[in-house]
Every structure is written in structure tokens, then in C-alpha cells.
Design a protein around this ligand. Structure first.
Ligand code: HEC
Ligand code: HEC
Length: 314
């Protein structure tokens, strides 16, 4: 009897000890999505991952005008930040995807990005012991199109940033904005009319507007029109959010503005740079008449939208 208890106890200790040493860190959907986001396995020649273009140190955007996909191929749109996506209602510059799940499969199949048919991507994941095991422990299923998209989207929803001077200022916390940034915020809201399109909390309501960067020749990305085929949508793009914008240069769908100052100079007088821009929004009809001081204040405010984690590095 006693012996039986001792044996049972020993067995329990052995089993417990064994299972502790073997139990890996608990894997979640988000963690699996993170592994996939950084894994080139999802590209044709296993050379490109999501993170090749959405670089973590630049708020998951890219510093080149157009990012390189497989075989060094270039797309024709600037890589936007993949952060602060959880509240978005439309994805891509033209809004052609309605959910992050739908969005996530796009770049894998895009010929100038990862160029891998989804069926092939799913096959590869099924051939990998590691991924088969991980998908099974989370989804109780082998990898498929749906759970692949779900995992990546779940990871992207964790990429929210709110440790910024502007957020602290709004919450009356310490280390908020400087006086200059507060002045810049007022210019952003009133004189420069930025707030008409870029409103809080993420500085976008996912509307499609045109700031006039389309003329049918040198600037020929017709944006939202490609999705709706409605003439009124020619040149309209999804209003981008502005969190971390100070570290995501170059700017606009075509990466044509190098600096925030270039962006501000454009808005001050769009006609000067794009006299033949078609369909420019009525909000941007008249020059803003910003002074040098206004421009500097406005730029300082845009820097107040950068999350602390990007400043502490280096
Ligand atoms: C070769 C570079 C490249 C790769 C690889 C890439 N992307 Fe992108 N990503 C872009 C570009 C360029 C756009 C904008 C495309 C457009 O609007 O048509 C974009 C758009 C997005 C958006 C939409 C952002 C918004 O504001 O609407 C998300 C989210 C995103 N990518 C996530 C991913 C994920 C997830 C992967 C991997 C499965 C990935 N990307 C792979 C370049 C890339
Ligand atoms: C009429 C709506 C509208 C107004 C007003 C407006 N924006 Fe924009 N903003 C947009 C749209 C749409 C884009 C994308 C345009 C494109 O790529 O063609 C954009 C792009 C930007 C970008 C580039 C972001 C990126 O990731 O590339 C910045 C920065 C920006 N706006 C700041 C401002 C500032 C500062 C003001 C005020 C001076 C302002 N915007 C006023 C609609 C607007």
C-alpha cells in the first residue's frame, strides 16, 4: 500500500518534471502570426517576408519610395505603416480589402511582392513540422487559408501605439507636448484644416479623399477609382493615419515627398506643385497662407505622434 503511494508519487514527480521541461512557452495566435510575419517561407523564393517591407524600426513602414519584392521587383505604391490597424475599416491605399484577414493574403500572392499562390503557401506550411504542430495546437486544424490569415491579422492587431506626447497631453499626464507642439496642434486643427481629414484617435476615419496628386500623366495612380470605377473617385486615396508619421518617410501613395516639411509645403499651396492635379478636394482649394513659424509648429506637432519606443532605440 505504502509502496504503491510512493511509486505513484514518484511517477507524478517524473511526469510533472518531464512535462514542465518539455512545455514550450504557451503559443498564441498572435505569436504564431508574428512568426509568419517575419518568415520568408511565404514568398516564392523564400527571400521576402512581410517584415522585409514593413520594417519594425520604422513603425512597420519602409524608407524607400517603393519596396523590393521577390527578384528585386518594385511595386508602384509606397509601403504604409502596418501599425495601428486594429480600428481601420479599409486597407491598402485604395481600400480594396475590408478586413485585416482579407488584406493579409494579398501580399503573399502579389506578383511584385511575395508571388506565392496561397494554395502553395498553405502546402509549404503543412510540410513544415513546426508550423503543422503550432497551427494544430491553436486552431485544432492543420494550416489552411483561413487560419493563416487569422494568425497574421491577430498579430497585426497587437501593433498599436499610444505612448506619445500627444496622447499624454490629451490625458493631462506628465511629459505631454511642448508649447510649440501645442501651438502646432492648433494649426493642425484650425488654420491648416488637417483635422478635416485626419482626425483622432488615429488621425484617419478611413475616408477616401484626393489631395490632388493625380494628373493622368506624371501622376497616374487613380486610387479608389480602381475599386469603384466611379469617375468621382479618380485620384482618391485612403486618408492615412498619422501615428509615428515622423519616422515613416517618404510620404504619400507614391512616396513622392521626402520630408514632413515637403508635405506641409505642399498643403500650404497644392496648386504650386500640382497645377494640373485633377479632382483636388474642395478643402484644399485655397492656399493656407501658413507662416514659417506655423510650418515649424505644425511639423513639431507631427513629431508628437511618435511612440516613445521609437525614440528610445539607438
Ligand atoms: C514587397 C513589399 C511588401 C511586402 C512583402 C508586404 N507588403 Fe504590405 N504593403 C506594401 C505596400 C506597397 C502596400 C500598399 C499597397 C497598396 O495600397 O496597393 C502594403 C499595404 C499593407 C497593409 C495596409 C495598410 C493600410 O494602411 O491600409 C497592411 C496591413 C500590410 N501591407 C501588411 C502586410 C502583411 C501582413 C504582409 C505579409 C503577408 C505584407 N504586408 C507584405 C508592401 C509590402
Ligand atoms: C482633404 C483631406 C485632407 C486634408 C485636408 C489633409 N490631408 Fe493629409 N492626406 C490625405 C490623403 C488622402 C492622403 C494620401 C494622399 C496620397 O497619397 O495621394 C494624405 C497624406 C498625408 C500624409 C502622408 C502620410 C503617409 O504615410 O504617407 C501626411 C504626413 C499628411 N497627409 C499630413 C497632413 C497635414 C499636416 C495636413 C494639414 C496641413 C493634411 N494632411 C491635410 C487627406 C488630407
Amino acid at each position: 500500500m505504502k509502496q504503491g503511494i510512493i511509486i505513484a508519487a514518484l511517477a507524478a514527480i517524473v511526469i510533472l518534471g518531464f512535462s514542465f521541461s518539455k512545455t514550450p512557452q504557451k503559443i498564441t495566435k498572435e505569436r504564431l502570426g508574428e512568426m509568419l510575419f517575419f518568415d520568408p517561407i511565404l514568398s516564392e523564393d523564400s527571400s521576402i517576408s512581410c517584415a522585409s517591407c514593413h520594417k519594425p524600426q520604422f513603425a512597420f513602414a519602409d524608407t524607400s519610395i517603393f519596396s523590393k519584392g521577390v527578384h528585386g521587383l518594385l511595386g508602384n505604391r509606397n509601403t504604409p505603416s502596418a501599425m495601428n490597424m486594429s480600428a481601420r475599416g479599409a486597407f491598402f491605399w485604395d481600400g480594396r480589402a475590408a478586413t485585416l484577414e482579407e488584406q493579409a493574403l494579398g501580399p503573399i500572392e502579389n506578383p511584385v511582392e511575395m508571388n506565392l499562390p496561397i494554395a502553395e503557401a498553405v502546402k509549404r506550411l503543412n510540410r513544415s513540422k513546426k508550423y503543422r504542430h503550432l497551427f494544430f495546437s491553436i486552431f485544432k486544424s492543420v494550416p489552411n487559408k483561413q487560419n493563416l490569415a487569422q494568425a497574421i491579422a491577430a498579430y497585426e492587431r497587437t501593433l498599436e501605439t499610444s505612448a506619445t506626447p500627444n496622447d499624454r497631453w490629451l490625458n493631462d499626464e506628465a511629459n505631454g507636448m511642448t508649447e510649440q507642439q501645442v501651438r502646432g496642434r492648433d494649426i493642425f486643427r484650425v488654420k491648416a484644416k488637417c483635422f478635416e481629414c485626419h482626425f483622432t484617435p488615429d488621425f484617419t476615419a478611413d475616408e477616401f479623399r484626393s489631395i490632388g496628386l493625380f494628373n493622368g500623366s506624371t501622376h497616374n495612380d487613380s486610387g479608389r477609382y480602381l475599386v469603384t470605377k466611379n469617375i468621382a473617385d479618380i485620384g482618391k486615396m485612403k486618408v492615412p493615419g498619422l501615428r509615428n508619421v515622423a519616422i515613416t518617410a517618404p510620404y504619400m501613395h507614391d512616396g513622392s515627398f521626402k520630408t514632413l516639411r515637403d508635405v506641409i509645403d505642399y498643403y500650404d499651396n497644392p496648386h504650386a506643385k500640382m497645377p494640373d492635379g485633377i479632382n483636388r478636394d474642395t478643402v484644399l482649394r485655397q492656399p493656407l497662407g501658413l507662416t514659417e513659424q506655423d510650418k515649424q509648429d505644425l511639423e513639431a506637432f507631427l513629431h508628437a505622434l511618435t511612440d516613445d519606443k521609437f525614440l528610445k532605440k539607438k
